[in-house]
Ligand binder design. Structure first.
Ligand SMILES: Cc1ncc(COP(=O)(O)O)c(C=O)c1O
Length: 390
């Protein structure tokens, strides 16, 4: 396991040490809205309580009919045609769907294209499987859109799929329709499926529009991963899924492997199935307030990060992460982040944990807390930079 890392969790033991020494730590390292002023919509909990008796037993390993049908209907509502519950498997969060997908797909020595910077679970699991990392860059100078030329050049005869994370963690980028179509075309011309991680699909700001990748693909196979964790403010309930859009039937064997892997662990989490169903089929009223609140907090983060000498930030268009560039004479952003934690009690995640172009340095922060907390955090970061560099 020594080569398996997940940066946003790896900083926690160090923060605990700092806390033990008596210093208060402001945790901006993890995308958990429930640490702040958000609550799970009530009807989701009600659905769990109403199904207590049946939830005490095992559920189906690939998810209940109700939850899988809810995901299929959700996909249809977002414009993706011809999806039925047979195309859906539910999981213990989007995380398990990603772990399962990579495990079913990759043999040692094969590779899958993943974005850089990207979500560190992919890197961790690819390393765990003995598969090879093959990263394509997201371009900071172009609103963090993928570098498509670079992406295509990275494809080789051991490449098995292309991963797209949209809206993106850690950059907050949201991809344009034309970018997504180009990715689909590249995948099609190399006969590769696309894996689209759409965990944050309902959290986009300003006049941005989110496009489900499976909606844009005519004949290129797409596997989409989703989750109730962030959109429905309940990461603790651990509800996620995969659905496939497979017009040519090329993913049948692969999808059977996904199901077989799920069967190994007997059952998915039964109460969560009712949460998925209630979230996707029930009232969607919380989104208006949620997106407005996040957008204000995004604005505060964007303003402060660009005001501080030595930092810059491309405006996040979705999700709730800001990938702040550090334009200071530092050797490593890990050192910067750990020193910031020890001296000022502000915990963010170092760019090395997500990947970045060589010669650049970043940290990822969340803009989940209220503006006052965001301003406090940036005051501390500013103090730290002034004391150390200016
Ligand atoms: C891009 C992305 N995918 C998947 C996940 C997994 O989330 P969960 O397992 O809570 O559904 C996360 C969580 O932060 C994420 O950022």
């Amino acid at each position: 396991m020594s080569h398996v890392r997940h940066a946003l969790r790896d900083v926690v033991p160090i923060a605990e040490e700092v806390e033990k020494s008596g210093k208060k730590v402001l945790h901006l390292n993890i995308g958990d809205p429930m640490v702040y002023d958000y609550r799970t919509p009530k009807h989701i909990w009600n659905a769990i309580f109403e199904n207590k008796k049946v939830s005490e037993g095992y559920s189906n390993a690939i998810g209940t009919v109700g939850a899988r049908k809810a995901v299929a209907d959700y996909a249809k509502r977002t414009g993706v045609p011809n999806i039925s519950m047979d195309d859906v498997v539910t999981f213990v969060g989007g995380s398990e769907s990603i772990i399962n997908f990579l495990s079913a797909l990759l043999n040692p020595g094969e590779n899958i294209l993943t974005p850089c910077p990207g979500y560190s679970l992919y890197t961790g699991q690819i390393n765990f499987l003995g598969a090879d990392l093959n990263e394509y860059y997201l371009d900071e100078e172009n609103n963090w859109q993928p570098d498509l030329e670079g992406l295509e050049k990275k494809i080789n005869n051991k490449t098995r799929a292309i991963v797209v994370i949209n809206p993106n963690n850690p950059t907050g980028g949201n991809y344009s329709k034309s970018t997504l179509k180009k990715i689909i075309d590249i995948a099609g011309s190399h006969e590769l499926p696309v894996f689209s991680d759409e965990t944050y699909d309902q959290l986009v700001f300003d006049d941005e529009k989110f496009y489900p990748l499976a909606f844009l693909s005519k004949d290129v196979p797409v596997i989409c991963s989703g989750s109730i964790s962030k959109n429905y403010l309940c990461p603790g309930l651990r509800g996620g899924w995969l659905y496939k859009r497979d017009q040519q039937g090329v993913l049948e064997d692969f999808f059977e492997a996904v199901k077989q892997l799920s069967r190994l662990r007997l059952s998915t989490v039964h109460p969560t199935q009712f949460a998925i169903e209630a979230a996707l089929n029930g009232p969607q009223d919380h989104f208006k307030e949620l997106v407005t609140k996040l957008q204000k907090r995004r604005d505060a983060t964007f303003k402060r990060a660009n005001e501080i000498k030595g930092l810059s930030l491309v405006k996040p268009k979705g999700a709730f992460y800001a990938y702040v560039r550090i334009n200071l004479p530092i050797k490593s952003d890990k050192e910067f982040v750990l020193e910031l934690l020890r001296q000022k009690g502000v915990l963010v995640v170092y760019g090395e944990g997500f990947g970045q172009k060589s010669g650049t340095h970043h940290f990822r922060t969340v803009f989940l807390p209220n503006e006052q907390t965001i301003n406090f955090a940036f005051d501390k970061i500013e103090e730290f930079i002034k004391e150390k560099f200016l």
